[in-house]
Design a binder for this molecule. Sequence first.
Ligand SMILES: *[C@@H]1O[C@H](CO)[C@@H](O)[C@H](O)[C@H]1NC(C)=O
Ligand SMILES: *[C@@H]1O[C@H](CO)[C@@H](O)[C@H](O)[C@H]1NC(C)=O
Ligand SMILES: *[C@@H]1O[C@H](CO)[C@@H](O)[C@H](O)[C@H]1NC(C)=O
Ligand SMILES: CC(=O)N[C@H]1CO[C@H](CO)[C@@H](O)[C@@H]1O
Length: 253
Amino acid sequence: MHWSLIFFGFFAGWTLGAGHVHRKKIFIDTDLFSDVDDAGALLLALTHNRADILGININYPAMYSGLAASSLLGYYGHPDVPLGVKRPLSNDTYFDDYIFQNGEYVSKVAYHWRGNASLPWQDASGTWDPVELYRKVLSEQDDHSVTIASIGFLDNLSGLLSSSGDAYSKLSGKDLVTAKVRELVVMGGSYPSGREYNFFGYNATAVAHVVNTWPGAMIFSGGELGERVMSGARLTVEGPDEDPVRAAYQWYT
Ligand SMILES: *[C@@H]1O[C@H](CO)[C@@H](O)[C@H](O)[C@H]1NC(C)=O
Ligand SMILES: *[C@@H]1O[C@H](CO)[C@@H](O)[C@H](O)[C@H]1NC(C)=O
Ligand SMILES: *[C@@H]1O[C@H](CO)[C@@H](O)[C@H](O)[C@H]1NC(C)=O
Ligand SMILES: CC(=O)N[C@H]1CO[C@H](CO)[C@@H](O)[C@@H]1O
């Protein structure tokens, strides 16, 4: 993803009954791999008292992305949140061959915070298949209760839409989405027109499939919204020394 602004939008937007903290049920689909903003988004989501994180899927097939997410989940006190990673798992790490200025942070967060991870070091084979995880988690939720936040590529969501009934639910992927999902919030695209990385950068066919066939409400947060929003500066200066996302911003920038 490129901007975590999307989170401010939907955390700020919901209503509270008097005295009740409504915790929004959120499933996050992220490309925690290259740009550090996905780490910033996970920090916000995992520490926000009104977010009930049901699961995290990583839509880039990289082992270290899964390990880093596992470290973040453990560090922020959510070791039980289930985690999926797109297959086949590779040992790819990010190399910035576009402007050569940005550093790799994912394997470093995974390594330095491996003590907080539920996964064994250098082995992400215990993570879920993302489509299976979507099906399991959605089948267990109340109807129309889940917000899916997509802050990366849309391949796994495309896979969910194409899935058929399984041990978790007899419903097809589309019917499962219709029954359980309240809204899909997508950081992707540019509006009214343009070219944005999450849409063209990996598999545009999967993007078109999701955008054209998703059976419920969709909200799009375009690249233009976050283009000039620089995240992480204050965290890197004032954040706790031991915070993994603070370190991620330092390594990346
Ligand atoms: C994360 O790991 C560090 C170092 O092992 C440990 O001190 C800390 O308690 C762990 N945090 C959590 C939330 O498990
Ligand atoms: C990734 O690296 C680990 C540790 O060196 C190794 O066990 C594994 O086979 C590698 N996986 C791939 C797909 O190359
Ligand atoms: C891209 O997405 C489409 C639609 O989901 C899928 O059929 C195709 O296999 C994907 N291509 C790659 C290279 O992953
Ligand atoms: C459309 C697509 O690429 N879906 C993928 C989502 O993730 C699962 C699990 O890794 C893959 O098997 C699918 O191919």
